[in-house]
Every structure is written in C-alpha cells, then in structure tokens.
Write a protein that binds this ligand. Structure first.
Ligand code: B12
Ligand SMILES: Nc1nc2c(ncn2[C@@H]2O[C@H](COP(=O)(O)OP(=O)(O)OP(=O)(O)O)[C@@H](O)[C@H]2O)c(=O)[nH]1
Ligand SMILES: [Mg+2]
Length: 374
C-alpha cells in the first residue's frame, strides 16, 4: 500500500541534541552546480533544525566560490554538501580551493548524496572529512554536524581575510567574549522590519545588488527566529541574495533569536564598521505590532508592509507603525495596494511611502537612494 501524502517526511523528535556543545552548531547546507534535487537537503535541514542546530541554506545553483564565501561569512562549523548530479569530482575540489582563497582553508566539509564508492578516496584526498551515502540516518547526520563543532577561538593567520576575521569576531561577540579588533560605528545603519514573509530579505537582497552595481559595498545582518524548544533555527534569509553575482561586495551574516534581543547588535555593528563597511541593513525577525526594539539600535527604521493585511483601524494603533521612519509597500503586484498606500499617507505625517515589487526589482532604485541619503 502506498503511504498517504500527508504522512510527515521526518519522524525525528524535536529536542535539543546540542546543549552540551560549546556553542550552537552552524551548518551551511550547500548545493552546487545545476543539481535540482532539493528534497533531500530540505529533509536534512528540518532534522538538523529540530535537533538544536542553526542551519543556513543558501539555495540551489551555488558555485564553489559563492558557497565558500557563505561558509566564511556565516562562520559555519561545517559545510554539508549534497551532491546528486555526478559533478562531485569537479565541484568539490574547487570548493576546497575556494575556501583557501577566501581565507578559511581548514573549514570542515562533508559530502553526501549519490557518490560512487570508488570516488570517496579522491574526495578525501582533497580534504573532505566525511562522505555519506544515501540511507544515512538523520541522527548520523546530526552527529556529523555535532562532531565538527569546536570552541570559537580567534582565527589563526588573522589578517589573511578581513571578512573571515570579522565573521569569527561576530561569533565571539555572540558568545559574550571580548574581541581585539578595530571598531567604528558604520555611517548608516538601516533597520528593515515588518511581518513574516513581507519581503524584507528579498528587498534587502535587491537593494544590495543595486548598491553593488553602483560600486558600493554593503553589509547585512539578518535575524531569524530560534526555536524556544530545541534551540534550533533555519536561517533562510541569505537565500535571497545572488552571491554568484555580488561576490564579496556583500557581507551577510544570519543570526537566530528567540524574540527581540539586540544586546550584541551594537558591538557587531561596530565590528562591521571597523571592517570597512559604511552601510548596514539589519533585517529583524518577522515582527508583530509590538516589536519595536530595533528602533533603539539602528539609525532609521523602514517598515515593510503588504496589501491586504488590515484596514484603517490598524493604522491608528500604537506600535510598529509609530517607529517607522519610512514605509515600504512591498508586493505592490497584489490587490489592495492603492488602498494601503492611501491609508498610510493618512498617517504618514511627512514620512515617505514607497511602493516596491521586490521580486521584480521595481521601486528598488528609488528606495535605495532614499535610504542611503539618510
Ligand atoms: C526524487 C528524485 C528526483 C526528483 C527530485 C525532487 C526534488 N525536488 O528533490 C525528480 C523527479 C525531480 C528528479 C529529477 C532528476 N533526477 Co532524480 N532522483 C530522485 C531519487 C529517486 C531520490 C532522491 C531523494 O530525494 N532521496 C531522498 C533524500 C532524503 O535522500 P538523499 O538526498 O540521498 O539524502 C540522504 C543521503 O544521501 C544523505 N545525504 C545527502 N546529502 C548529505 C549531505 C551530508 C553532509 C550528509 C552528512 C548526508 C547527506 O543523507 C540523506 C538521508 O539519508 C534519486 C534516486 C535515489 N534513490 O537516490 C534519483 C536520482 C538522484 N536522480 C537522478 C537523475 C539522473 C535525475 C534527472 C537528471 C533525471 C532526468 N533525466 O531528468 C533529473 C534531474 C533534476 C535536476 N534538476 O537536477 C539520478 C542521479 C544519477 C547520478 N548522480 O549519477 C538518481 C540517482 C536516479 C538514478 N539512479 O539514476 N529526481
Ligand atoms: N508577488 C511578490 N512576491 C514577493 C515580493 N517580494 C517578496 N516576495 C515573495 O515573498 C516570499 C517571502 O519573501 P522574503 O523576502 O523571504 O520575506 P521576509 O519578510 O524576509 O520573510 P521572513 O524573513 O520569513 O520574515 C518569497 O517567496 C518572495 O519571493 C513581491 O514584491 N511580490
Ligand atoms: Mg527574511
């Protein structure tokens, strides 16, 4: 008998399997090349998240270089490469080479998927730690990630890469450790807040691409929710940025939080500024009406709204609408967009209201120009 399609695909019980480790493991799930098999990687992502691991997923069609940059900037403990397209002997050695180029030569790499037995030796020789076949249990994958997790120490050979050092320093700050580094508050720190799924990441990615096109370098700090039960998190914001295109001109760091906790953010911003970035976007965890703490830490707050979420009564309530310096009506391709613009203009009191379709890049140039002028 075939199973009903509603049957859950993973049976792993949600529990913290990492509380004994020096810090929450950070794993980058990587898919390189033209391999479109993403079902396995999504299953693995959920199982790891439900075990207390912080999972960064950068999406399909990564190059060895974009994956290396992601692993470095996210300060991943391990890259878990899922390879299904028979290109492992070409792409994995290139990944190992790129890790050296970007300043993280010793970052742990595991490979799983469809890997013929006879190729394992070659992968191991080029520096891969472990090769996992189909049928590996989810608990074994959790163990693989756990065993790659080491105490954070300042990177050896510091100075080899400013971004590698910055990434590790952010990890140290997150662990409440002191850091010996140049610090400077960036010239502009712009908060992007709004409800879950409003398009904050797509917008910040589109603005970052545009800024890079104009010759700027930009940093993004993106918060996503952390499970209060397992401590795990799926950090999916960086997925929206095309690192194959922006390369090292965007420094992107994803962090997980339960609720609104920006205690370490001022110190992180000082490190980012000290590393030479003048403009920083901070994406909040998908916010509710009362989530207003970001305002204290950033220089200006842009609130992302979407059509169809309420009426004019919502506009008069206290909270998140009050803290916005700029309003962005994203998903302007949805019905109700002009009604929302009208209602916002009623309460805006001189604050700018922008219309965007982030997925098409519409309105992004004007919005960026406005935010950078602040
Ligand atoms: C489902 C499937 C598809 C689906 C994909 C759906 C999706 N969105 O992912 C569809 C039908 C779309 C598809 C299409 C194709 N497929 Co297909 N597909 C499969 C199939 C049957 C299962 C893959 C799967 O999801 N497994 C379940 C997951 C959970 O398992 P997994 O990914 O292997 O992961 C496990 C382990 O490998 C390990 N693991 C994986 N990664 C990692 C990483 C780390 C770090 C660790 C520790 C462990 C680990 O742990 C996981 C849990 O056990 C396999 C055959 C098979 N039985 O493996 C063929 C297979 C992968 N497909 C194959 C091919 C050729 C294709 C196509 C090219 C077919 C075609 N001619 O059109 C296309 C290409 C699509 C594309 N864009 O890339 C070949 C690949 C051959 C090769 N590499 O030599 C396979 C092996 C089939 C075969 N025997 O020929 N496919
Ligand atoms: N139609 C349409 N879809 C959009 C637009 N902007 C973003 N999306 C889609 O909306 C979904 C959520 O976008 P994200 O950028 O991840 O939203 P977010 O606000 O960062 O979400 P969280 O981080 O989970 O709070 C994605 O599927 C995007 O492709 C838009 O302008 N129009
Ligand atoms: Mg987001």
């Amino acid at each position: 008998m075939t199973s009903p399609t509603t049957e859950p695909t993973t049976q792993l019980e949600k529990m913290d399997r990492c509380s004994d480790l020096p810090h929450r493991p950070r794993v980058l799930l990587g898919k390189m090349g033209l391999d479109g098999h993403d079902r396995g990687v999504k299953l693995i992502a959920r199982a790891l998240r439900d075990s207390g691991i912080h999972v960064i997923y950068s999406g399909l069609w990564q190059t060895p270089r974009s994956l290396a940059i992601s692993a470095r900037d996210e300060d991943a403990d391990v890259i878990a490469c899922s390879m299904m397209s028979n290109s492992h002997l070409v792409l994995v050695p290139r990944l190992m080479e790129e890790l050296k180029q970007v300043g993280r030569p010793n970052l742990t790499v595991d490979v799983g998927g469809i890997i013929p037995q006879e190729d394992i030796e070659e992968l191991t020789k080029c520096g891969v730690r472990g090769v996992y076949h189909t049928g590996t249990s989810m608990l074994d994958i959790v163990d693989a990630v756990r065993s790659a997790t080491q105490v954070y120490t300042p990177l050896p050979n510091a100075g080899a890469s400013v971004s590698a050092t910055l990434a590790r320093n952010i990890s140290l700050i997150e662990q409440s450790q002191t850091v010996d580094a140049t610090t400077k508050r960036p010239d502009r720190v712009i908060g992007l807040t709004g409800s879950p799924g409003a398009g904050k990441s797509t917008l910040s990615a589109a603005m970052a691409s545009e800024a890079v096109r104009q010759g700027e370098r930009i940093a993004i700090i993106a918060y996503d929710p952390m499970s209060p039960i397992s401590g795990g998190a799926l950090l999916g914001d960086r997925l929206r940025v095309d690192f194959n295109n922006v390369d090292e001109n965007v420094f992107y760091r994803s962090l997980a939080r339960v609720g609104e906790d920006y205690d370490t953010l001022p110190a992180i911003l000082d490190l980012v500024g000290g590393a030479g970035f003048g403009t920083v976007f901070v994406e909040t965890v998908g916010a509710g009406q009362n989530d207003v703490a970001i305002r204290e830490v950033v220089d200006s707050t842009a609130l992302v709204l979407v059509p169809g979420m309420g009426d004019s009564v919502q506009m008069d309530k206290a909270g998140i609408l009050e803290i916005a310096d700029t309003f962005i009506v994203n998903k302007a391709d949805y019905d109700g967009e002009s009604a929302l613009i009208r209602e916002l203009l009623d309460i805006a009191s001189g604050r700018h209201v922008f219309e965007t379709i982030a997925t098409q890049g519409k309105g992004v140039v004007e919005l960026l120009q406005h935010l950078l002028a602040k």
